[in-house]
Design a protein around this ligand. Structure first.
Ligand SMILES: C[S@@+](CC[C@H](N)C(=O)[O-])C[C@H]1O[C@@H](n2cnc3c(N)ncnc32)[C@H](O)[C@@H]1O
Length: 216
């Protein structure tokens, strides 16, 4: 995520960054080597993610969109269990693996390389899972949700970043870089996520929109 420069974000980032696990900076610096820090969670969002993971209490988490491991590191420190994290880009996956190894987390975090739409099937035998954090390709959030419906236990948590699509989701941001098809698919994803028969759900109004749901 990117800060929108608002005072509220700056104020609470200053106050809360010390909540993040020791050594988190190396993961953000690594994303900078790919010029991708902009799409990594902001530290303030990461404090929300880790608080949710800790409050939930589950130990088997899945993440779509590793990048260089910042959010995965926060999840693993908050859950103290196992994390399976999915990354399409081989260079991102390799760097994340290296950094997890440096932190001695290689036996608690499995980086699965490839398109998550294909590779998620490879871990089904490890389930049912306690939680899923979605922060990958926006057009496939609905597919990941269908996977979660089958493979998360009742009471499992889903957290999904960027659901505002820069405002395109409610019709602002004309000319945004999100295609009409991605916007439509994200709306369909939210329709399922907000179905009260399936989930107890809400959205935390971060600058990007963080959807949170508990499977019924
Ligand atoms: C927004 S970044 C993730 C940021 C990361 N969660 C963090 O906070 O540091 C999205 C990542 O998803 C990866 N990605 C894109 N499409 C994917 C797919 N189909 N399967 C798995 N990963 C994908 C991208 O290569 C990128 O590294």
């Amino acid at each position: 995520m990117r800060s929108n420069g608002s005072t509220v974000e700056d104020y609470f980032s200053d106050k809360l960054t010390s909540q993040l696990p020791l050594g988190f900076e190396v993961f953000r610096q690594a994303s900078d080597q790919f010029q991708k820090t902009r799409i990594s969670l902001a530290p303030l969002e990461a404090t929300l993610l880790q608080t949710l993971v800790k409050a939930h209490g589950g130990t088997k988490w899945v993440e779509i969109g590793t990048l260089t491991g910042f959010s995965g590191y926060c999840i693993s420190q908050a859950s103290k269990g196992h994390l399976w994290t999915f990354e399409k880009d081989p260079a991102h996956a390799a760097r994340a693996r290296e950094l997890f190894r440096d932190q001695n987390l290689h036996d608690r975090i499995t980086v699965v390389e490839g398109d998550a739409s294909q590779t998620l099937a490879s871990i089904v035998g490890e389930g049912p899972f306690d939680g899923l954090f979605i922060d990958g390709n926006k057009g496939a959030y609905g597919e990941y949700l269908q996977w979660a419906l089958k493979n998360l236990r009742p009471g499992g948590m889903i957290i999904a970043d960027n659901v505002y699509l820069g405002g395109a989701i409610w019709g602002e941001a004309q000319g945004s870089h999100w295609s009409a098809s991605v916007v439509q698919r994200m709306r369909e994803f939210l329709t399922v996520l907000f179905d009260p028969n399936l989930f107890t759900a809400s959205v935390a109004p971060t600058s990007e929109g963080l959807a949170i749901a508990i499977k019924k």
